[in-house]
Design a protein around this ligand. Structure first.
Ligand code: SF4
Ligand code: SF4
Length: 360
């Protein structure tokens, strides 16, 4: 059974969320994980341009300070995205991060995009996954001595929900790695619904969508050979004209994300602390250029050294607070439990946990 520490959102003078975060660091054993002069990757998500629900900068800064307190040398990081958005190259990524409040001055440490200028800096790591035997992990993660992983609980179109497992698996893979994880999902256009607005064409990172003249109107068409399966178009089409063919492929994609976690955590035994933020919990992930209304009131922050236990505890707290199975309702075609089950089966942690409150 693993330990998961929990701070709720109830605060009073001299006992705010940053005080509680500091206590979570002590209780989870940050000092045992990070040794003097360790280079520590503080993995966060800077939020897509237009997103507003990502974990705010003051928490990232506080964790940077905690790393320093125990003698580590922190840098704040994420890897480039597969889709076009505002974070596909290090240049855009840093600009988007700055626009969302993350600069070297505000986080108190250098910001380094983990897979380099264009997402080509990675190292291949061998794993014993059921689907993959090698994964492409962004170099800066492989070369770090330890990680502090900051994850935000949200929904996700093919994982069902995203938190620590998704943040590490997808977020520590290079751009090529992300392509590998998405490659099974090939959407198709419903011509009856398509109005030919062309929005999807602008967002497709692979140039796989074109507008064809059909019966005196424009209709989108996807070239399946070119499609990377990133799923961007399925969300960007607000007419619901593009749907991913999920049957039979989702399980593979979810497994691949978990296998990327195996690669990212290889050689990092007892060198990682996970923090899950259950605040501003939205239906979609922070990679979109908007944040919808939260699905439930804020719950708090969790800390653990077990990636499986902390995600399981996060879901349990969410569903208990909401009184319903939130992401099953939002993504009925996605079995979100599969990612946790597979992660446990692959030896990444246990779903059995003890929730330890740091509140009075
Ligand atoms: S598929 Fe959707 S976004 Fe693309 S052209 Fe048709 S209506 Fe517009
Ligand atoms: S067509 Fe394929 S590559 Fe292009 S946005 Fe859609 S899923 Fe991504």
């Amino acid at each position: 059974m693993s330990e998961v520490y929990f701070a709720n959102t109830k605060c009073r003078p001299n006992r705010g969320m940053l005080h509680k975060l500091s206590e979570l660091c002590s209780r989870v054993g940050m000092r045992e994980v990070i040794k003097e002069r360790d280079i520590v990757a503080v993995k966060t998500h800077f939020g897509e341009a237009g997103s507003t629900a990502f974990v705010p900068v003051m928490y990232v800064r506080a964790l940077v300070e905690e790393v320093r307190k125990v003698g580590g040398r922190p840098f704040v990081t994420d890897s480039n995205t597969l889709y076009v958005g505002g974070r596909a190259t290090a240049i855009n990524h840093l600009r988007t991060a700055a626009a969302n409040g993350f600069t070297m001055e505000t986080v108190g440490a250098p910001i380094i995009i983990a897979d380099g200028l264009k997402g080509h800096d990675f190292e291949e790591v061998e794993i014993e996954g059921e689907v993959l035997k090698k994964v492409k992990i962004a170099s800066a993660f492989v070369q770090s001595d330890a990680y502090v992983v900051i994850s935000h609980l949200t929904g996700h179109e093919f994982m069902g929900f995203g938190c620590a497992i998704k943040n590490v698996g997808m977020g520590m893979g290079s751009r090529g790695g992300k392509q590998q994880m998405h490659s099974d999902i090939k959407p198709a256009v419903n011509r009856d619904r398509c109005t030919g607005c062309g929005e999807c064409v602008k967002w497709c990172p692979a140039g796989a969508i074109s507008l064809l003249d059909r019966e005196k109107r424009k209709v989108a068409r996807i070239d399946r050979e070119l499609c990377l399966g990133c799923g961007e178009c399925t969300v960007m089409c607000f007419r619901g004209a593009i749907q991913a063919r999920l049957t039979g492929v989702l399980e593979n994609s979810q497994k691949k994300v978990v296998e990327y976690v195996m690669g990212a955590l290889k050689e990092k035994e007892n060198k990682v602390v996970f923090f899950n933020f259950l605040i501003n919990i939205t239906p979609d992930c922070d990679c979109w250029n908007y944040s919808d209304a939260r699905v439930v009131e804020d719950i708090g922050i969790l800390a653990s050294r077990d990636i499986v236990a902390i995600d399981q505890a996060s879901l349990d707290l969410l569903n208990e607070r909401a009184g319903r199975d939130v992401y099953r309702e939002l993504y009925p075609n996605v079995d979100y439990v599969r990612q946790i089950e597979y992660a446990e089966r692959m030896g990444l942690g246990t779903r059995e946990y003890q929730l330890i409150s740091v509140d009075d």
